[in-house]
Design a protein around this ligand. Structure first.
Ligand code: T46
Length: 308
């Protein structure tokens, strides 16, 4: 019989075989909550691809396959669903229902996701690009292959690649450093999926993913610029507006779709506001969190851009 682990009952982390429930940082303030995931820090692999699944009809099922190589980290950004894992010997069920807890799924683990609540939102961080050859879609073949492997854990981990430095932020202008993008959307009966591969759909490599949620209507976030950081912002739930400012001119962008994104390069002041109820702002970031990268005073921002 399957074991059932309700994530709400977990203290902080549970390790069962190789899969692991991971509690993420949750930074609470009156402007809403923020959680973040840095590669090789909160999760044991380098991020190669980030995708999110949305518009899943209530009660649907997804998955039912294993990966030969791919490792994943799965979070319910909103709503809830169950992740059912099988290691070739036994099945375990995890209910995901909090934005600040996720499950690490090692390679060679059969998974399916089911019991999606209406309006649920699934975020997946993946260690590889999409590769159909990496899938094992036949359960009997999976059990055979899993049984043949002596140890899944002795494999070499790929280290993060060097991050190329962006252009000097002083020179950044809105026209060059910001753009909206329509993202690919893969549709089927069980919902929609949008994926961003490092240095493919995305012009940089994602090293950190964070998201803003539980934001009270009327609150404002941002109000700063970054010296080096490049980011991609997506309204994976609800909507909000982003006002961009390069010191010369301002532009406001409205985000309201999980397959539309705003790229913001370094040296751009940004302010997020007009959050709808239930809005979730997902951000793919080119660097780990570093407070020294922030410019939080507008006068200092103008000075840095040689405009004052
Ligand atoms: C941005 C907009 C869109 C961390 O410890 N790690 C992280 O990865 C992040 C993003 C933040 N933090 C800490 C730093 C602060 O103590 O969380 C606290 C709140 O951060 P902040 O006031 O910068 O939050 P926002 O919503 O104003 O800005 C955030 C990002 O920081 C920023 O890069 O572009 O979202």
């Amino acid at each position: 019989m399957a074991n059932i682990f309700a994530m709400e009952k977990c203290q902080s982390e549970i390790a069962v075989n190789n899969e692991k429930v991971i509690q993420l940082p949750k930074i609470v303030d009156e402007r809403g909550n923020l959680s973040f995931i840095e590669e090789l820090r909160h999760i044991p692999f380098a991020i190669e691809r980030v995708y999110w699944i949305y518009d899943v009809p209530g009660g649907e099922e997804r998955g039912s396959h294993a990966f030969r190589e791919q490792e994943e980290f799965i979070v319910a950004l909103s709503g809830s669903f169950d992740v059912v894992l099988h290691d070739g010997k036994e099945e375990r069920r995890y209910q995901l229902n909090r934005s600040y807890k996720g499950i690490y799924v090692p390679r060679m683990t059969w998974r399916r996701m089911e019991n999606f609540s209406t309006n649920s939102l699934c975020l997946v961080l993946s260690s590889t690009r999409y590769d159909e050859a990496d899938y094992i879609r036949d359960f009997d073949e999976f059990v055979f292959l899993a049984g043949r492997e002596k140890s899944f854990s002795q494999r070499e981990k790929k280290n993060a690649e060097a991050i190329p430095l962006p252009a000097p932020y002083q020179l950044s202008r809105l026209a060059d450093a910001c753009r909206t993008m329509q993202l690919p959307k893969v549709h089927n009966r069980a919902g929609n999926l949008t994926a961003m591969n490092n240095l493919q759909e995305l012009s940089f490599a994602t090293r950190r993913v964070y998201y803003l949620y539980d934001i009270p209507c009327g609150e404002q976030r941002g109000g700063h610029a970054h010296r080096q950081l490049e980011q991609l912002l997506v309204a994976v739930g609800g909507s909000f507006s982003v006002t961009l400012d390069d010191g010369h001119e301002q532009r406001t962008v409205f985000l309201n779709s999980p397959f539309q994104a705003l790229y913001i390069g370094p040296g751009i002041w940004r302010t997020l506001e007009n959050f709808s109820s239930g809005a979730v702002c997902l951000v793919l970031a080119s660097h780990p969190y570093d407070e020294a990268d922030y410019i939080r005073e507008y006068d200092q921002f103008l000075e840095c851009k040689c405009l004052k």
